[in-house]
Ligand binder design. Structure first.
Ligand code: ADP
Length: 183
């Protein structure tokens, strides 16, 4: 099973992703985590990525696509891509790589949460990029660059929307009901 997880910053993707990969035994690839690790390691990619991440902008497509492609081979028995793709160009690059492997995506989960709730959640989280001005820019980046993926994957017939309001358990129940159709 190959799954993409999309949703705005603060929607709770990270929390739900932990549950999903444990239960469905999927390889978890979070580009946010991978980039933060590169930043911490001060690798060339990390040094480049940090400039964008600290301001709330997206890291350039070619940098992120490189990070993902080199790790996709670890995903023999299925994967959960979390935070990738985040632009149409990234989605097209992913489709191309997966087509070459004869391993297309099965389903894209959109975790939907209203913006006022996102702001509240992010402001209370306290990560380095959770400052109010940076949060605002991340939400704008989501709306302008990532939300078009909803149309892209709807057209492909693989988008499933999940209501992201409720307790962690309630939301996970909704995700499970969808993923069990693809097992
Ligand atoms: P959140 O979902 O809360 O924004 P992430 O951990 O997914 O957190 O991402 C943090 C930051 O990492 C983003 O604001 C962006 O700068 C960068 N990033 C992560 N994934 C991508 C991606 N696919 N394309 C470009 N930038 C990315």
């Amino acid at each position: 099973m190959r799954v993409v997880f999309v949703g705005p910053p603060g929607a709770g993707k990270g929390t739900q992703a932990e549950n999903i990969v444990a239960e469905y035994k999927l390889f978890h690839l979070s580009t946010g985590d991978a980039l933060r690790a590169a930043v911490a390691a001060k690798s060339p990619i990390g040094i480049e990525a940090e400039k964008y991440m600290s301001s709330g902008a997206l890291v350039p497509d070619e940098v992120v696509v490189g990070v993902v492609v080199e790790r996709l081979d670890e995903a023999k028995d299925g994967c959960l891509l979390d935070g990738f793709p985040r632009t149409i160009a990234q989605a097209e690059a992913l489709d191309k790589v997966l087509a070459e492997k004869n391993a297309p995506l099965d389903v894209v989960l959109e975790l939907a949460v209203p913006e006022d709730e996102l702001f509240k959640r992010l402001a209370s989280r306290g990560r380095a990029d959770d400052q109010p001005e940076v949060i605002k820019r991340r939400l704008v980046a989501y709306r302008e660059q990532t939300e078009p993926l909803v149309g892209y994957y709807t057209k492909a017939g693989i988008l499933r929307k999940i209501d992201g309001l409720g307790t962690v358990e309630e939301i996970y129940g909704r995700i499970k009901a969808v993923l069990d159709e693809y097992k």
